[in-house]
Design a protein. Structure first.
Length: 242
């Protein structure tokens, strides 16, 4: 059965503080929506349980990519297209740029957001293994202030996260310390394009250090034992074995 628009309410406060105030005054009653690429599938099928939606697509603080000498901070509402086209992301975080190119078609990449991919908490999401191997950190924000959570601790179970009912993901921070690493990513799906991952994998390595992470359509994201025991080592040179 298709959804009836009259049963849904959409508000667009237009600024971050107004969004946070609404989430705080009625916790768990409002569902943030940015690109809507996942939510609209449920809505079209009449299976979206949330009736109150709050638009965060037009919030400037969520759309920025800020680069500093130590890290890059990606606003939660940055699209996959923005990630693919960003010079620093493509050069220093190729696994994330590759994952962005895997996510649906061009239309989905123009609307889908990194923060939405994280909050949706699907274990089959393409970008999440890359965030694990790059030691991503999330900034969560509410009227109570900000707190930071290591991405590896954010997902607490299938479709469950550490996000409180009154919180938003503000940004995703990646440390700029992976120059000299080689990388590899692989996605297995029913077809080569516009397919949900059955398994997706991302890996980084140096001669004395390897780290990997995988996502699976029926489970949760995991990091490899080699990653958890990883010790820093010298970068590989052309004469080093591979």
């Amino acid at each position: 059965m298709r959804a009836d628009p009259a049963e849904y309410k959409l508000v667009s406060p237009g600024n971050l503080q107004a969004v946070l105030s609404l989430l705080s005054s009625e916790p768990a009653q409002w569902l943030p929506i940015a690109g809507g690429t996942d939510l609209m599938v449920l809505y079209s099928a009449g299976k979206l349980p949330n009736r109150n939606l709050i638009n965060i697509w037009n919030i400037p603080e969520l759309r920025q990519i800020e680069v500093s000498p130590d890290n890059i901070r990606i606003g939660a509402a940055c699209t996959y297209t923005a990630l693919r086209k960003h010079e620093i992301v493509s050069k220093e975080f190729p696994l994330l740029a590759t994952a962005a190119s895997w996510t649906g078609g061009i239309a989905n990449q123009n609307r889908g957001t990194l923060g939405g991919n994280i909050a949706n908490a699907s274990p089959a999401a393409d970008s999440l293994p890359a965030l694990l191997v790059y030691d991503a950190e999330l900034t969560l924000i509410s009227v109570r202030g900000e707190r930071r959570v290591a991405y590896r601790n954010f997902h607490t179970g299938y479709k469950k996260t550490a996000l409180a009912p009154d919180e938003l993901i503000l940004d995703i921070s990646l440390p700029r310390r992976f120059a000299g690493y080689f990388s590899h990513a692989r996605k297995v799906g029913a077809r080569n394009a516009q397919a949900i991952s059955k398994v997706c994998f991302a890996a980084l390595g140096r001669c004395a250090c390897q780290r990997g992470a995988a996502g699976h359509a029926r489970g949760t994201r995991t990091r490899s034992a080699a990653d958890r025991a990883c010790r820093s080592g010298p970068p590989c040179s052309r004469a080093s074995p591979r």
